[in-house]
Design a protein. Structure first.
Length: 162
């Protein structure tokens, strides 16, 4: 069984004129939340073989937390395509980079992370807040064949402990 983990970046600082949205870093609370979620993920035995990460600063900062929790740098690919991605973009990138990985982590943004959860669960009221992480089992024989219907959400980790 393949496992896809989708993690919305943790709470970020407000954008400044000098910095812009792409360069926003995590707020102190966001750093603490990301570390808490990463530690829970690793403690639960969910070490990703590959991380696909938006190239924004806040997503990279969020992904850094899992490296600290794992005690080493995990394989990571920073992709500008994840910044304004659609569900179809996610599926394409999963197929392109997933290869032989059994567990793949994407650190990205809303609205795509939330739209993915809505499409899988059929719940139009699902909300994915900053720092929330969802774990999906994928029934496809390999990542290149995966469609949205192949995914089942099996767990949600939230900094708020829900």
């Amino acid at each position: 069984m393949r496992v896809l983990i989708l993690w919305r970046h943790a709470k970020a600082q407000s954008a400044t004129v000098a910095e812009g949205d792409h360069q926003r870093s995590l707020a102190e609370r966001g750093r603490a939340d990301a570390q808490r979620i990463a530690s829970r993920l690793i403690a639960g035995g969910r070490l990703p073989e590959l991380i696909l990460c938006s190239d924004s600063r806040r997503t990279m900062d969020t992904a850094d937390a899992i490296d600290r929790a794992a005690g080493r740098a995990l394989d990571r690919i920073a992709l500008s395509d994840l910044y304004h991605a659609s569900i179809d973009d996610y599926l394409r990138l999963i197929g392109e980079f997933g290869g032989g990985c059994s567990t793949l982590l994407i650190v990205g943004h809303n609205p795509t992370i939330e739209a993915f959860a809505e499409a899988v669960t059929g719940d139009a009221l699902v909300r994915v807040r900053p720092g929330d992480l969802s774990i999906y089992n994928c029934a496809a024989s390999d990542w290149t064949a995966a469609t949205i219907g192949d995914f089942t959400r099996t767990a949600v980790l939230s900094p708020r402990g829900e």
